[in-house]
Design a protein. Sequence first.
Length: 456
Amino acid sequence: MSKVLTILGAGESGIGAAILAKKHGYAVFVSDGGSIAADRKAQLHAYGIAFEEGGHTRERIAEASEVVKSPGIPDSAPLIQELTAKGIPVISEIEFAYRYIPETAKVIAITGTNGKTTTTLLTHHILKSAGYKVALGGNVGYSLAKLVAEEVHDYYVVEVSSFQLDGIVKFKPDVAVLLNITPDHLDRYENDFQKYVDAKFRIVENLSHKESFVYCVDSEPVSAEVSKRKIDACLFAVSATKDPRWEAYMADDHLIFNYKYKNTKHKIPVSEVALIGQHNMINTMSAVLAALNMEVSIQDILKGVKSFVNAPHRLEPCGEVEGVKFINDSKGTNVDAVYYALDGIKQDLVWIAGGVDKGNDYSQVEMLVKQKVKALICLGVDNAPLKEFFEGKVPVIHETQQMSEAVALGAELAAAGDAVLLSPACASFDLFKNYEDRGDQFRAAVKEMLNAKEIL
């Protein structure tokens, strides 16, 4: 009799888990409390997988020998509580996928509150450009289970969220990377920051001396937790400060690597790194250490670091008009992200910000704004919080509700050698569909301006 697997949620991870389970002989049932997209229904039909939508049939779900749940479903959900009370194991998709990754393959798993997508993409790019047969999956948008089901790879680079880590049992990456921890998603963790920290640190719970753990010592919650835990893995500390105690650090505009397990030392000039900003140097050093652990040569690593193009809307260069650079950081939806953007760009700035304010505390960027920002363009329905805080601290403040006007104002207020930065510090939903829409409109407006200059 085949094992019965129920999958809760028919999103990217749920569909991937269903396909992988079907290929390994499970009787599979997918249950989604909402509606299932037409393309995903077509995939389920193609594999002969039973499903339901618009609600959960508890009796049928409880027939499962095991349940894979969507990362969006909290452990506190009544259905999950009922299954747990009945002794039915509930796991995450990455845990299920991990069972079927060949033992000879290597897994790099990357987590952190901020920067994990960039670091995951960069790590994958370094390995791929070095000629490795490598897959990219997890929270970055591609189901790890589906990747495992469809093709065998030698290496898997996986972005993992705390929600996914909540559902692991034996998941054990060969290299685990933890970038930072700041308060986030606390509603999922009973507003208890330590519980969120514990969730992130689940990435190391199965590691032995054969595996490696790369972590940012500059993140106080991370370094504090490392100091009080017994972590069996080989430790690689990363810092943006000059401190030779660590395995990777910054000094004299170089990234320095003390790769102790090979007794080698490497240096990469910051000028050779495609990314900008101190936070991205942490991301880069973490990716490089992961690649060194996979025995990628420093020459191939340097090639990958130089040629990398980040995901859109993350300090994305969009063009230059009459000596003014336009930079799209629409993903910068909180003040922390804006700090990194302002800190990382060396030019004087015209700053485009605003949207749905989340009760932002702008004091943490106040000094940087005073030093670097010559004009602030408030792009939002309600610009009062931004205007009130920066009144008298920025020489010029303008308001608009049109992206095209914001970009035109930016070009008018900037001089050659300056940069116009879209880094909103706010959610996008007052004027745009999402942060992608906001960034796309910024890029399109810059492109239109470039085209107009070419015609002239």
